[in-house]
Design a protein around this ligand. Structure first.
Ligand code: GRF
Length: 211
């Protein structure tokens, strides 16, 4: 099976991208990261890409239309099959979503549909979980659709909230699970095991795959 060509979108530390790189290096994923697209010039994820010898594109500040053009041109130039948003905090326009329908995957640090949507990113998510008094949080890998954190759910992992948790300690425990869940979901996509029926993502069994 041909390796899927992957673009990873980043804005920060890039630990999720690193988890993907490590999994690919262990031959666990039938894919390769061919380009990294960053919304920030100071994202540590860019250092990780450099070490891994992966070309990077830094999006300019400013107009959404310009960013969309650069993203689409880059995805075309690198013949990208799958886009992964890994700590990416900038624009994915409807035009990009339409062109890459069900080929854009995001990871969110809560159990969608809880604690997601506008304003729910990074520490804000975990602060809201603790404030609400939730006993369970976790992370979700989902396809990107129009709206924020609205696409069909691929995988989820629950993480218990502990009495003494702070946003930082909860975030760290969930991030550990993100680093397991995202490579798992990407491997399912890259081995063509995912199908979508309405809002439901179906993971094909071995038998179904061979049909
Ligand atoms: C992670 O918590 C992830 O859930 C969210 O961005 C945060 C930072 O990720 N999407 P990374 O270390 O930059 O991959």
């Amino acid at each position: 099976m041909l390796k899927k060509r992957i673009a990873v979108f980043v804005s920060g530390g890039g630990s999720n991208m690193q988890a993907l790189l490590d999994s690919i290096n262990k031959q666990e994923i039938n894919g390769e990261i061919v380009v990294v697209i960053s919304s920030r010039s100071d994202a540590y994820a860019l250092e990780r890409a450099k070490v891994a010898g992966i070309p990077a594109v830094i999006l300019p500040k400013g107009a959404q239309g310009e960013k969309e053009s650069i993203i689409l041109e880059t995805l075309s130039q690198y013949r990208v099959d799958l886009c992964i948003l890994a700590g990416y905090l900038s624009v994915i326009t409807p035009g990009i979503i339409r062109q890459y329908e069900n080929r854009i995957i995001n990871i969110h640090p809560s159990l969608i549909p809880s604690f997601c949507g506008k304003g729910f990113y990074g520490h804000y998510v975990h602060e809201a979980v603790l404030e609400f008094g939730a006993k369970v949080s976790g992370c979700t890998v989902h396809f990107v659709a129009e709206g924020i954190d609205t696409g069909a759910i691929i995988l989820q992992k629950a993480v218990c909230v502990q009495q003494e948790d702070t946003p930082e300690t909860l975030a760290a425990r969930i991030l550990e699970q993100e680093h397991i869940l995202l490579p798992m979901a990407v491997q399912l996509f890259c081995s063509d095991k995912l199908s979508i029926v309405g809002r439901r993502v179906i993971i094909k069994t071995k038998e179904e795959q061979s049909l």
